[in-house]
Structures are given as structure tokens and as C-alpha cells.
Design a protein around this ligand. Sequence first.
Ligand code: HEM
Length: 491
Amino acid sequence: MDFLTVPLVLFSIGLLCTLLLTSNSRARKSPKLPPGPYPLPIIGNILQLGSKPHQSLAKLSRIYGPVMSLKLGSITTVVVSSPEAAKIILQKHDVAFSSRPILSAAESLNHNEFSMVFLPVENQWRKLRKICKEQMFSVPRLDASQDLRREKLQKLREYVKACSETGRAVDIGEAAFTTSLNLMSEMFFSMEFAQFNSVSPMKDVVWGVLGCIGSPNFADYFPILKPADLQGILRQTTIYFGKLLDTFDGIIEERSKSRCGKDDVVGTLIELSQRDDAELNRNDIKHLLVDLLLAGTDTTSGTVEWAMTELMRQPDKMSRVRDEIRSLIGEKGQVEESDIARLPYLQAVVKETLRLHPVAPFLLPHKAISDVEINGYMVPKDTQILVNIWASGRDPCIWPNADSFIPERFLDHNVQIDFRGTNFELIPFGAGRRICPGLPLAHRVVHLMIATLVHNFGWELDIELEKMDMNEKFGFTVQKAIPLRAIPKKL
Ligand code: HEM
């Protein structure tokens, strides 16, 4: 080693140390992804999702915390499982997290390019939301379509009465689904799409699309596989979507020609599309109505089925709902929308159902449109965000006896908790910009349907109560795995 080598080596070591130190301190300063289970190569944490991802991820969040990261195939995903973390996502950084990942099935017939559910928060999405708010779900619009809901609930009551007379069991989810589908089709097109307890093409199509969208699809975890459509989900969805869009197109065509003055949603939308300053065209109308029909039917009926399931498990609570209704309107008659505000126990039953059984346990997935730092962690652009409201709904630190159905918890006047997006411990409809636009309609329909089923009927299970299955089936929404069937008894 000559005399020059020693300082050169020392210099090199020094330089290396300096570089290492600076790069280390840089690494320490730049925030990391939130903690989470170690991902396997290629598949990441997919296997940890299991068949009920909301439950599996709730368990994992007890280990890794309320802001947790995972790799689902190639998709970086952040799961938030506390009201505080949900508030950060949906309120503090509402804009940054307002986008949606596009489900592969939603790309069928380019639906995602026109769909309010999947469009980014830009002009077209704003226009569609405004139309929904002003033309469909405002208080005056909903008040104006009350008669139509009254008529559909009357049909539900007649169907249940007929079953009570013959001792036939009612599939409550099916009856609620038929009612909400008809409510929607009547509101949109002035026509009924389905019959109780019988096959109907539209019912099959709606079930079909929901089934496709709700099936786990590899292409959503590995977008590179999208074109291959290995499970045939895109192909199948395209068939169902095609039928829906064609049917709606036919109705629009006929209505545009006939210029009949029916006061329904499609009439209003056609009129809007024919103005000089038209903000939407025929294609937009079709896709909007498809979205609303799909988003509004089994969410509503699933909630009613869960509520009835819980009330049947605790007949004293069902009696309390009935007594409250009867003391307000008597034994005859029908609960009106204006009565809901005066039925606090019924309202508490609905809140408790939405807490324990949110049909959209992750809301709809959100997506980051930029890098965002949360609680000292980095959530990179394009990360998928799942807000696990099922986990916070069952958190014993927030809800005493969290796993029990206790509507009374919402009767305490000192604790006014609402589900309209301001109390982050109860956000079954989401919060912020992407909050469910159909909330005002769902609020009326869910209360009215439960009231109709309970007011004049007692219910007996066709199995022993202890055998009542409470398992969940995860899909587009979380439904009862085994449908609730019960025999109505006219009171
Ligand atoms: C979005 C729940 C009924 C239309 C949502 C979201 C939830 C939800 C959790 C996602 C919010 C988010 O991502 O932050 C429910 C529940 C319902 C119900 C629990 C019934 C009990 C309805 C009805 C309609 C509807 C009746 C329309 C007729 C929509 C639409 C979206 C949506 C179009 C997407 C909005 C957007 O991305 O901008 N709903 N919903 N929903 N809901 Fe509902």
C-alpha cells in the first residue's frame, strides 16, 4: 500500500459513510406506507381476505391498527377501520380520496365512462349528482312521488296478507327486493318490473349484474389480466348490462316520440336532454338510470331483511316497534312518510341495523388522486382505500355490547347519532362528496317497509329460532347467506 492509498481509502470510507448516513436520514424522513401484514410475492395479501373480507380485515386491523396497508395482487390498498381515520379520509382529505378504482366488470359496454359511480369528481360527475339531487331526491320531488310508494307498500301488505291466509312462508329479502325494484321502476319509468315470488326477466337481469359485479375478479387485483377475462365475468356482465341498456333505450325512444306527459324521472331527464343548454344526452340517461337501479335495490332490501332478522330474534323489540306504530296511527291504516319523524323506536331500529349490518361494509372503494400523508404514513397516488365501517360498527370501545342488537342505545337524547355523514362512527351511506345520493329515498323506503311488515303481522319462523343462521354472504352488498323465511300471522 503506498502513501497515497491510505488517505484515498479513508476518504472513500468517509464518503461512503456520509452517503449512507444522508440516504438513511432521508429514508427516515420520508414517510412509509402504513403498517400491515407482510405481502407474499405476486399475490400479496389476497389469501388473507378470505370469503368475508370485511371480517378478516377487521381482525387484521386489531393487529396493525386503524390505518393499515396491504397489497392485493398488484394493487396497493389502505384499509381504515376507525371513525377518526374515516374522518381523515372522507372529510379532511375528501378531495384527494374522492376518486374510484374502476372495477373490471364496470368496464363492460364502457359503462365506467358514463357512470356516476365510477366517474372522477369532475364536471360530468358534478352534473349527474346535481340532477339526482334536484330532480329526484330533493324533499319536494320525493314528496311528490309519495303516492307511488304508498301504492307499492300496499301491494307488499296485500302479498303478505295473502301468505298469512294460506300459511305460506314469505322470503322477506325477495319480497323487499321486489318492492324496492318496483318502487324504483315506477318512479323512473311509470311501470312495474317484477312480481312477488315469481320469475321476472328484469329481476333476473338486475340480480345477474349485481352477482357479476360482486364476484371476486382476478382482473381487479392484476389489471394486466383484464383483456383475458379469465373468469368470464366481463363477458357475462356485458350480456346483462346490454339487456338493461337496451330496455332503457327502448323506453326512452318510445317516450321521446310519444311525448306523453308522464311525470316520472325518465320524462324529466328526456326534457332536460332536449333543452338548448342540455347537460346530458340519451346515453347519459341510460347509464344514470342503470346506476341508480343497481345501487338502490338490494342495498335497500338487504337492510330490511337484516332488520327483520334481528327483530325476529328478539320478539319483544318487534312488539315495541308495532306498539309505537299503533299508538301513533292505530291498528288500521298505513304508515305515512310524514309519520317517520314521530316513530323514534323505529328510527333506532334502522340505525342499529345499519350499524351491525351495513350492506356496503367498505362503502364503495375510493382511490387517492395524489400522494397524501396520514398520521405520519404515506398513502401514494392511486392507492385503493377501503373504509371498513363494519369494523367500527362492531368496535366495543365505541359501542358497549357491540355485537348485540340494542336499538335502545340510540334513544339516549344526550347522544344524538345520525347516519347522514357527520357522525363518523355511523356512516352506512358514506360521507363527504361521494356520500350516497339516494340516502333521502332509502331513508323513507327502509322505514316504511319495516313498518309495513310489522304493523299488522306477527311473524313465525319455519325453523326453530336457535337455528336461525346469521351468516353473511359477501358480494356487491353483504346479504344474509341463508334467506330469511317466515310465516306471517295477521294480527
Ligand atoms: C353510493 C349505501 C341506497 C344510489 C353509496 C355508498 C354507500 C351507499 C355506502 C358509497 C359511499 C362512498 O363511497 O363513500 C347505501 C345504502 C342504501 C343505499 C346503505 C340503502 C339502505 C341507495 C339508493 C340509491 C343509491 C336508494 C338510488 C336510487 C347510490 C349511487 C352511489 C351510491 C348512485 C354512487 C355515488 C357516487 O359515487 O357519486 N350508497 N345506498 N343508493 N349510492 Fe347508495
